[in-house]
Design a protein around this ligand. Structure first.
Ligand SMILES: *Cc1c(COP(=O)(O)O)cnc(C)c1O
Length: 419
């Protein structure tokens, strides 16, 4: 999908200029809820009617952000009982599905009491446990069995299947677990769940993956006479951090679904997607002010108020995150402003570890102490995965904009909502 340079860039820069240059260096997450809704509506509009798009909460479960998707996406995917609770607090209506490799009895009980649409079951033991729990409350729980497929998978950054992982049930064991499921009184087997890759950037390969899933489902459905309601192909659609102008072409993918996947689906079944990164990434940015610049052993460093304890994504994926520089004019010290000019820099944060690195070998025309670095595509797996208490530095601000301009901070919005 082509990423258009948004006119909202200007409002972002204006906001940063307003906030920077104060006594405390700026450090903030800036979220654009208008952009988030526009993007999600666009994904939904392209999707064929036999498909459903759920939002995987773990990418960013902050209430103002995740809540902005209620009424647009088909539902929420929760990876813990805590996320089921969040989903329910965001919408009492939207369907919620619940998965994860380790589900305690208490978590399963709570998910049932909060009314999830179905549960993704990841082992035979979990299936039997869930059946007992359901029977205790006189319920029959709809489940999808999560499958760890055999064989090669398309290139991606992380793999949750196709090899030795803790996720799901190995493909060759699935038939015996189906047989078990058909005997259990508390279980209704509604279909299968596959979430095999993360950050796949190629539409064609993703279609190939879904096609492969459909083949497996067809074979099991025929062999066991199953009535399939859902085939969940998981998330894993990627964001191209290395070249922001070349993103996964969702429209082309959706066309492929309609033409090539629809005929392979069991009658009446829905094909689900539960995307986190692809929905959330583009609508968040992380901004951090330059507090120092230095050169060390021939390498130029830019040191930020902030770092990987707020924005762990570049460290966790080992990538250099793209950024742009928002120049800030004010300078209040009585000496020349330190700067780097026309050089490649390593961008680091305030932690006492060389691993606190956000970007490397990044060419800059000019960066000065007091300028702000803005890291786009920080809306997914940014704050959510960060070890924010490490070193006890202050947290960043969390600012939200919508059609009416900039809203309050996260704290203010939550207080507003609680009233
Ligand atoms: C994390 C996760 C997702 C979302 O993955 P993205 O790569 O963010 O789309 C979906 N389903 C499951 C089971 C997950 O664990």
């Amino acid at each position: 999908m082509k990423q258009v340079i948004d006119p909202r860039t200007e409002r972002l820069d204006r906001k940063i200029k307003l906030l920077a240059g104060g006594p405390e260096p700026l450090c903030a997450y800036l979220y654009d809820l208008t952009e988030l809704r526009r993007h999600a509506r666009r994904l939904m509009a392209a999707l064929p009617s036999f498909c459903e798009l759920f939002y995987a909460l773990k990418a960013n479960s902050e209430a103002p952000f995740a809540g902005a998707l209620a009424g647009i996406v088909h539902g929420y995917e929760a990876a813990s009982a805590g996320e089921v609770r969040i989903a329910r607090s965001l919408s009492s209506q939207l369907p919620v599905v619940f998965g994860g490799p380790v589900k305690t009895d208490a978590a399963l009980e709570e998910a049932l009491s909060l009314g999830v649409r179905h549960i993704h079951v990841e082992s035979r033991h979990e299936l039997i446990r869930l059946s007992l729990i359901a029977q205790r409350s006189g319920m029959v729980v709809p489940v999808l069995l999560r499958v760890n497929v055999s064989g090669t998978l398309p290139d991606a950054t992380l793999f949750m299947a196709g090899g030795q992982t803790q996720f799901g049930i190995d493909e060759q064991l699935v038939p015996e677990v189906i047989e078990e499921a058909l005997l259990l009184k508390g279980i209704r087997l509604d279909g299968f769940h596959f979430h095999s890759v993360s950050n796949n950037l190629n539409e064609e390969r993703h279609l190939e993956l879904v096609r492969h899933y459909c083949g497996l489902v067809k074979a099991w459905a025929t062999r066991f006479g199953l009535e399939i309601r859902y085939v969940n192909s998981g998330g894993g659609i990627g964001v191209n951090y290395a070249d922001l102008t070349r993103q996964f072409d969702w429209e082309r993918f959706a066309e492929g679904l309609d033409k090539r996947i629809r005929p392979l689906m069991p009658d009446g079944a829905k094909l689900m997607f539960e995307c986190g990164r692809f929905i959330a990434a583009s609508s968040g940015a992380y901004a951090a002010e330059v507090v120092d610049v230095k050169s060390s052993h021939g390498n130029d460093f830019v040191l930020l108020r902030g770092g990987t304890h707020h924005f762990r994504l570049p460290a966790s994926w080992g990538h250099s995150h793209p950024f742009r520089i928002v120049p800030i004019d004010s300078w209040s010290y009585p000496y020349a402003r330190p700067e780097h000019v026309s050089t490649h820099v390593t961008v680091v944060g305030e932690l006492c570890t060389p691993k606190d690195r956000l970007a490397k070998e990044a060419f800059i025309e000019r960066v000065r102490v007091g300028d702000v670095l803005l890291f786009p595509y920080a809306g997914a797996y940014g704050w959510a995965i960060s070890h924010r208490e490490f070193l006890s530095h202050p947290h960043p601000l969390h600012l939200y904009a919508d059609d009416n301009g900039w809203l309050g901070t996260k704290q203010e919005l939550e207080e507003e909502n609680a009233k």
